[in-house]
Design a protein around this ligand. Structure first.
Ligand code: SAM
Ligand code: SF4
Length: 336
Protein backbone atom coordinates (compact mmCIF):
# COMPACT_ATOMS: atom_id res chain seq x y z
CA UNK A 1 0.00 0.00 0.00
CA UNK A 2 1.95 2.96 -1.15
CA UNK A 3 0.25 4.92 -3.88
CA UNK A 4 -2.47 7.47 -3.71
CA UNK A 5 -4.51 7.18 -6.86
CA UNK A 6 -7.13 9.58 -8.01
CA UNK A 7 -9.95 7.36 -6.72
CA UNK A 8 -8.77 7.91 -3.15
CA UNK A 9 -9.17 11.66 -3.10
CA UNK A 10 -12.54 11.41 -1.35
CA UNK A 11 -13.40 9.80 1.94
CA UNK A 12 -16.43 7.55 1.55
CA UNK A 13 -17.27 4.83 4.05
CA UNK A 14 -18.93 1.42 3.58
CA UNK A 15 -22.37 2.92 4.00
CA UNK A 16 -21.83 5.56 1.33
CA UNK A 17 -21.41 8.39 3.81
CA UNK A 18 -19.00 11.07 2.69
CA UNK A 19 -16.62 12.35 5.36
CA UNK A 20 -15.83 16.02 4.85
CA UNK A 21 -15.55 17.23 8.44
CA UNK A 22 -12.83 16.55 11.02
CA UNK A 23 -12.82 17.55 14.66
CA UNK A 24 -9.35 17.83 16.06
CA UNK A 25 -8.86 17.58 19.80
CA UNK A 26 -5.64 19.52 20.29
CA UNK A 27 -5.26 18.68 23.98
CA UNK A 28 -6.97 16.54 26.61
CA UNK A 29 -6.20 19.18 29.27
CA UNK A 30 -8.69 21.71 30.49
CA UNK A 31 -9.07 24.47 33.05
CA UNK A 32 -12.57 23.19 33.95
CA UNK A 33 -13.72 19.84 35.31
CA UNK A 34 -17.34 19.69 34.10
CA UNK A 35 -19.23 16.97 35.97
CA UNK A 36 -20.49 15.20 32.85
CA UNK A 37 -17.12 15.34 31.07
CA UNK A 38 -14.37 14.61 33.58
CA UNK A 39 -13.68 13.23 37.01
CA UNK A 40 -12.55 15.66 39.66
CA UNK A 41 -9.06 14.26 39.48
CA UNK A 42 -7.83 13.35 36.04
CA UNK A 43 -4.58 11.95 34.75
CA UNK A 44 -3.74 13.63 31.49
CA UNK A 45 -1.63 12.25 28.67
CA UNK A 46 2.15 12.55 28.99
CA UNK A 47 3.39 15.30 26.64
CA UNK A 48 5.42 12.89 24.51
CA UNK A 49 2.23 11.03 23.57
CA UNK A 50 0.45 14.12 22.34
CA UNK A 51 0.91 15.15 18.72
CA UNK A 52 3.00 18.28 18.27
CA UNK A 53 1.32 21.22 16.57
CA UNK A 54 3.39 20.54 13.45
CA UNK A 55 2.20 16.92 13.44
CA UNK A 56 -1.41 18.04 13.81
CA UNK A 57 -0.97 20.40 10.88
CA UNK A 58 0.54 17.59 8.78
CA UNK A 59 -2.53 15.44 9.46
CA UNK A 60 -4.92 18.35 8.85
CA UNK A 61 -3.31 19.00 5.48
CA UNK A 62 -3.71 15.34 4.49
CA UNK A 63 -7.39 15.48 5.37
CA UNK A 64 -8.03 18.58 3.30
CA UNK A 65 -6.33 16.93 0.35
CA UNK A 66 -8.79 14.07 0.80
CA UNK A 67 -11.82 16.30 0.45
CA UNK A 68 -12.29 17.53 4.01
CA UNK A 69 -13.57 21.11 3.89
CA UNK A 70 -14.39 21.78 7.52
CA UNK A 71 -12.14 21.46 10.57
CA UNK A 72 -13.11 22.19 14.14
CA UNK A 73 -10.52 22.66 16.88
CA UNK A 74 -11.68 21.29 20.18
CA UNK A 75 -10.36 19.48 23.26
CA UNK A 76 -10.12 19.39 26.30
CA UNK A 77 -9.94 23.13 26.18
CA UNK A 78 -8.24 23.96 22.87
CA UNK A 79 -7.30 27.47 23.93
CA UNK A 80 -5.12 26.29 26.84
CA UNK A 81 -2.74 24.60 24.41
CA UNK A 82 0.39 26.70 23.98
CA UNK A 83 0.70 28.30 20.53
CA UNK A 84 -2.72 27.13 19.40
CA UNK A 85 -3.04 30.42 17.50
CA UNK A 86 -0.15 29.36 15.30
CA UNK A 87 -1.98 26.12 14.53
CA UNK A 88 -5.24 27.97 13.80
CA UNK A 89 -3.43 30.30 11.43
CA UNK A 90 -1.71 27.46 9.56
CA UNK A 91 -4.83 25.35 9.28
CA UNK A 92 -6.79 28.46 8.29
CA UNK A 93 -4.44 28.83 5.33
CA UNK A 94 -4.88 25.32 3.91
CA UNK A 95 -6.10 25.92 0.37
CA UNK A 96 -8.93 23.38 0.27
CA UNK A 97 -10.40 24.28 3.66
CA UNK A 98 -13.67 26.17 3.56
CA UNK A 99 -14.39 26.52 7.25
CA UNK A 100 -12.33 26.58 10.41
CA UNK A 101 -14.40 26.39 13.60
CA UNK A 102 -13.70 26.18 17.31
CA UNK A 103 -15.42 24.77 20.38
CA UNK A 104 -14.34 26.35 23.64
CA UNK A 105 -15.42 26.84 27.23
CA UNK A 106 -14.83 30.56 26.71
CA UNK A 107 -12.31 31.20 29.48
CA UNK A 108 -9.59 32.44 27.12
CA UNK A 109 -11.78 34.30 24.66
CA UNK A 110 -11.48 37.62 26.41
CA UNK A 111 -7.83 37.75 25.43
CA UNK A 112 -7.84 35.60 22.28
CA UNK A 113 -11.07 36.26 20.37
CA UNK A 114 -9.80 38.86 17.94
CA UNK A 115 -6.59 36.92 17.21
CA UNK A 116 -8.62 33.80 16.55
CA UNK A 117 -10.80 35.70 14.11
CA UNK A 118 -7.69 37.08 12.41
CA UNK A 119 -6.28 33.54 12.23
CA UNK A 120 -9.24 32.50 10.11
CA UNK A 121 -11.63 30.96 12.65
CA UNK A 122 -15.14 31.62 11.32
CA UNK A 123 -17.49 29.95 13.78
CA UNK A 124 -17.20 29.53 17.53
CA UNK A 125 -19.25 27.32 19.81
CA UNK A 126 -19.09 28.33 23.44
CA UNK A 127 -20.23 26.03 26.21
CA UNK A 128 -22.53 27.62 28.76
CA UNK A 129 -24.71 25.43 30.97
CA UNK A 130 -25.94 27.97 33.49
CA UNK A 131 -26.32 31.71 33.97
CA UNK A 132 -26.21 31.38 37.73
CA UNK A 133 -22.62 31.87 39.00
CA UNK A 134 -22.95 29.41 41.87
CA UNK A 135 -24.47 26.71 39.71
CA UNK A 136 -22.00 27.37 36.95
CA UNK A 137 -19.23 26.70 39.40
CA UNK A 138 -20.87 23.50 40.61
CA UNK A 139 -21.32 22.13 37.09
CA UNK A 140 -17.81 23.05 35.95
CA UNK A 141 -16.44 22.37 39.47
CA UNK A 142 -14.11 25.41 39.18
CA UNK A 143 -15.46 27.83 36.56
CA UNK A 144 -15.95 31.58 36.89
CA UNK A 145 -19.13 32.56 35.01
CA UNK A 146 -18.21 36.25 34.82
CA UNK A 147 -15.01 35.42 32.96
CA UNK A 148 -16.87 33.29 30.42
CA UNK A 149 -19.48 36.03 29.91
CA UNK A 150 -16.67 38.52 29.25
CA UNK A 151 -15.26 36.02 26.75
CA UNK A 152 -18.62 35.80 24.99
CA UNK A 153 -18.77 39.59 24.69
CA UNK A 154 -15.23 39.64 23.28
CA UNK A 155 -16.26 37.01 20.73
CA UNK A 156 -19.27 39.10 19.72
CA UNK A 157 -17.04 42.11 19.12
CA UNK A 158 -14.51 40.07 17.12
CA UNK A 159 -16.94 39.57 14.23
CA UNK A 160 -17.14 35.81 13.75
CA UNK A 161 -19.61 34.59 11.11
CA UNK A 162 -21.66 32.84 13.73
CA UNK A 163 -21.55 32.18 17.46
CA UNK A 164 -23.37 29.34 19.15
CA UNK A 165 -23.97 28.43 22.76
CA UNK A 166 -23.73 24.73 23.68
CA UNK A 167 -25.61 23.66 26.79
CA UNK A 168 -25.70 20.18 28.28
CA UNK A 169 -28.97 19.95 30.22
CA UNK A 170 -29.04 17.78 33.33
CA UNK A 171 -32.07 16.98 35.41
CA UNK A 172 -32.07 18.74 38.80
CA UNK A 173 -28.96 20.72 37.85
CA UNK A 174 -29.99 23.17 35.13
CA UNK A 175 -33.17 21.83 33.51
CA UNK A 176 -35.01 24.93 34.77
CA UNK A 177 -32.69 27.21 32.77
CA UNK A 178 -33.54 26.25 29.20
CA UNK A 179 -35.75 29.32 28.61
CA UNK A 180 -33.25 31.64 30.29
CA UNK A 181 -30.38 30.33 28.18
CA UNK A 182 -32.51 30.66 25.06
CA UNK A 183 -33.37 34.26 25.94
CA UNK A 184 -29.65 34.92 26.45
CA UNK A 185 -28.89 33.62 22.95
CA UNK A 186 -31.83 35.42 21.34
CA UNK A 187 -30.86 38.76 22.89
CA UNK A 188 -27.37 38.41 21.42
CA UNK A 189 -28.32 37.03 18.00
CA UNK A 190 -26.55 33.76 18.75
CA UNK A 191 -27.58 30.19 18.00
CA UNK A 192 -27.97 27.61 20.74
CA UNK A 193 -27.69 23.83 20.93
CA UNK A 194 -29.04 21.70 23.71
CA UNK A 195 -27.07 18.49 24.11
CA UNK A 196 -28.18 15.28 25.78
CA UNK A 197 -25.44 13.89 27.96
CA UNK A 198 -23.50 11.02 26.42
CA UNK A 199 -22.05 8.19 28.49
CA UNK A 200 -18.36 8.70 27.78
CA UNK A 201 -16.04 7.58 30.56
CA UNK A 202 -16.85 6.56 34.11
CA UNK A 203 -17.39 9.51 36.46
CA UNK A 204 -17.68 8.38 40.07
CA UNK A 205 -19.85 11.07 41.64
CA UNK A 206 -22.27 11.58 38.76
CA UNK A 207 -25.21 9.32 37.87
CA UNK A 208 -25.98 9.67 34.18
CA UNK A 209 -29.28 7.82 34.08
CA UNK A 210 -30.48 9.99 36.96
CA UNK A 211 -29.34 13.20 35.21
CA UNK A 212 -30.88 12.38 31.82
CA UNK A 213 -33.16 15.10 30.47
CA UNK A 214 -34.43 14.47 26.97
CA UNK A 215 -34.40 16.90 24.07
CA UNK A 216 -38.14 16.38 23.67
CA UNK A 217 -38.71 17.64 27.20
CA UNK A 218 -36.49 20.64 26.59
CA UNK A 219 -38.47 21.45 23.48
CA UNK A 220 -41.75 21.20 25.33
CA UNK A 221 -40.35 23.46 28.08
CA UNK A 222 -39.26 26.01 25.49
CA UNK A 223 -42.52 26.01 23.62
CA UNK A 224 -44.21 27.48 26.69
CA UNK A 225 -42.29 30.70 26.03
CA UNK A 226 -41.14 30.67 22.43
CA UNK A 227 -42.55 29.63 19.09
CA UNK A 228 -40.21 27.15 17.46
CA UNK A 229 -40.48 26.84 13.70
CA UNK A 230 -39.05 23.63 12.25
CA UNK A 231 -36.38 24.37 9.69
CA UNK A 232 -34.49 22.27 7.23
CA UNK A 233 -31.41 24.42 7.86
CA UNK A 234 -28.45 22.40 8.94
CA UNK A 235 -24.85 23.09 9.82
CA UNK A 236 -23.91 19.63 8.60
CA UNK A 237 -24.05 18.34 12.16
CA UNK A 238 -26.33 16.09 14.20
CA UNK A 239 -28.50 18.94 15.51
CA UNK A 240 -32.16 19.14 14.54
CA UNK A 241 -32.80 22.87 14.17
CA UNK A 242 -35.72 25.15 14.87
CA UNK A 243 -35.88 28.87 14.33
CA UNK A 244 -37.13 30.93 17.26
CA UNK A 245 -39.99 32.86 15.63
CA UNK A 246 -39.29 36.55 15.13
CA UNK A 247 -35.57 36.23 15.94
CA UNK A 248 -32.25 35.51 14.29
CA UNK A 249 -31.65 32.53 16.59
CA UNK A 250 -31.73 28.85 15.73
CA UNK A 251 -32.12 26.30 18.47
CA UNK A 252 -30.62 22.87 17.87
CA UNK A 253 -31.16 19.62 19.72
CA UNK A 254 -28.41 17.05 19.79
CA UNK A 255 -30.13 13.92 20.97
CA UNK A 256 -28.03 10.80 20.68
CA UNK A 257 -30.46 8.88 22.89
CA UNK A 258 -33.86 9.98 21.73
CA UNK A 259 -33.06 10.62 18.05
CA UNK A 260 -30.16 8.77 16.57
CA UNK A 261 -28.29 10.88 14.00
CA UNK A 262 -25.79 8.38 12.65
CA UNK A 263 -27.33 7.90 9.19
CA UNK A 264 -26.06 11.23 7.95
CA UNK A 265 -22.75 11.26 9.84
CA UNK A 266 -20.13 13.18 7.87
CA UNK A 267 -17.35 13.42 10.44
CA UNK A 268 -14.40 11.78 12.12
CA UNK A 269 -12.27 12.85 15.06
CA UNK A 270 -8.58 13.11 15.77
CA UNK A 271 -7.60 12.59 19.40
CA UNK A 272 -4.68 14.49 21.00
CA UNK A 273 -2.46 11.41 20.72
CA UNK A 274 -3.20 11.02 17.03
CA UNK A 275 -5.86 8.34 17.03
CA UNK A 276 -8.36 8.74 14.22
CA UNK A 277 -11.72 7.94 15.79
CA UNK A 278 -14.32 6.85 13.31
CA UNK A 279 -17.29 7.24 15.67
CA UNK A 280 -17.83 9.16 18.92
CA UNK A 281 -19.67 6.23 20.44
CA UNK A 282 -17.42 3.36 19.38
CA UNK A 283 -13.78 2.47 19.74
CA UNK A 284 -12.92 1.86 16.08
CA UNK A 285 -9.80 3.86 15.38
CA UNK A 286 -6.61 4.11 13.33
CA UNK A 287 -3.25 5.09 14.77
CA UNK A 288 -2.14 8.05 12.68
CA UNK A 289 0.64 8.97 15.11
CA UNK A 290 2.42 5.71 14.29
CA UNK A 291 2.42 6.73 10.62
CA UNK A 292 3.35 10.37 11.24
CA UNK A 293 6.25 9.43 13.53
CA UNK A 294 7.27 6.18 11.83
CA UNK A 295 7.39 7.69 8.33
CA UNK A 296 8.09 11.40 8.79
CA UNK A 297 7.08 13.51 5.82
CA UNK A 298 5.40 10.58 4.03
CA UNK A 299 2.24 12.31 3.01
CA UNK A 300 1.01 9.57 0.69
CA UNK A 301 1.29 6.90 3.34
CA UNK A 302 -0.67 9.01 5.77
CA UNK A 303 -3.41 9.64 3.23
CA UNK A 304 -3.63 5.94 2.40
CA UNK A 305 -3.99 5.12 6.09
CA UNK A 306 -6.83 7.62 6.39
CA UNK A 307 -8.58 6.28 3.29
CA UNK A 308 -8.21 2.69 4.57
CA UNK A 309 -9.69 3.69 7.94
CA UNK A 310 -12.99 4.56 6.24
CA UNK A 311 -13.68 0.84 5.93
CA UNK A 312 -13.95 0.53 9.72
CA UNK A 313 -16.30 3.46 10.29
CA UNK A 314 -19.22 1.79 12.06
CA UNK A 315 -22.84 2.26 11.15
CA UNK A 316 -23.68 4.01 14.41
CA UNK A 317 -23.18 4.40 18.12
CA UNK A 318 -24.76 2.22 20.79
CA UNK A 319 -25.13 4.47 23.79
CA UNK A 320 -26.93 2.98 26.77
CA UNK A 321 -27.37 5.14 29.85
CA UNK A 322 -28.51 2.35 32.12
CA UNK A 323 -25.38 0.24 31.67
CA UNK A 324 -21.80 0.96 32.62
CA UNK A 325 -20.17 2.94 29.80
CA UNK A 326 -18.49 0.74 27.22
CA UNK A 327 -16.56 3.79 26.08
CA UNK A 328 -13.94 4.44 28.70
CA UNK A 329 -12.45 7.58 27.20
CA UNK A 330 -13.82 10.83 28.55
CA UNK A 331 -15.20 13.55 26.30
CA UNK A 332 -12.09 15.71 26.72
CA UNK A 333 -10.10 13.10 24.80
CA UNK A 334 -12.71 12.74 22.10
CA UNK A 335 -13.28 16.38 21.52
CA UNK A 336 -17.00 16.96 21.60
N1 SAM B 1 -13.70 22.51 26.40
C1 SAM B 1 -14.48 22.88 25.27
C2 SAM B 1 -15.92 23.10 25.68
O1 SAM B 1 -16.30 22.74 26.79
O2 SAM B 1 -16.67 23.63 24.85
C3 SAM B 1 -14.41 21.91 24.12
C4 SAM B 1 -14.44 20.44 24.44
S1 SAM B 1 -15.92 19.86 25.17
C5 SAM B 1 -15.54 18.15 25.38
C6 SAM B 1 -17.06 19.94 23.81
C7 SAM B 1 -18.52 19.85 24.15
O3 SAM B 1 -18.79 18.56 24.65
C8 SAM B 1 -18.97 20.84 25.21
O4 SAM B 1 -20.08 21.57 24.71
C9 SAM B 1 -19.39 19.96 26.36
O5 SAM B 1 -20.46 20.52 27.06
C10 SAM B 1 -19.75 18.68 25.67
N2 SAM B 1 -19.66 17.47 26.51
C11 SAM B 1 -18.65 17.09 27.34
N3 SAM B 1 -18.91 15.89 27.91
C12 SAM B 1 -20.11 15.49 27.42
C13 SAM B 1 -20.93 14.34 27.61
N4 SAM B 1 -20.57 13.35 28.42
N5 SAM B 1 -22.11 14.29 26.96
C14 SAM B 1 -22.49 15.29 26.11
N6 SAM B 1 -21.77 16.39 25.87
C15 SAM B 1 -20.59 16.50 26.53
FE1 SF4 C 1 -13.31 21.04 29.88
FE2 SF4 C 1 -15.04 21.26 27.91
FE3 SF4 C 1 -14.85 18.97 29.31
FE4 SF4 C 1 -15.88 21.10 30.47
S1 SF4 C 1 -16.73 20.02 28.71
S2 SF4 C 1 -14.30 19.73 31.36
S3 SF4 C 1 -14.74 22.71 29.56
S4 SF4 C 1 -13.32 19.82 28.01
Amino acid sequence: MHTTDSTSTRLIDRFGRRVNYVRISVTDRCDFRCVYCMSETMTFLPRAEVLSLEEILFVARAFTELGVTKIRLTGGEPLVRKNVLWLAREIGRLPALRELALTTNGTQLEKMASELRAAGVRRVNISLDSLDPERFRRITRVGDLAKVLRGIEAARRAGFDRLKINAVILRHRNDDEVARLTRFAVDRGMDLSFIEEMPLGVIGDHDRAEAYYSSDRIRTDLEREFTLLPTTETTGGPSRYYRVAGTDTRVGFISPHSHNFCGSCNRVRLTPEGRLLLCLGQEFSADLRAVVRGFPGDHDRLKETIVAAMTIKPKGHEFDLSAQPVILRHMNVTGG
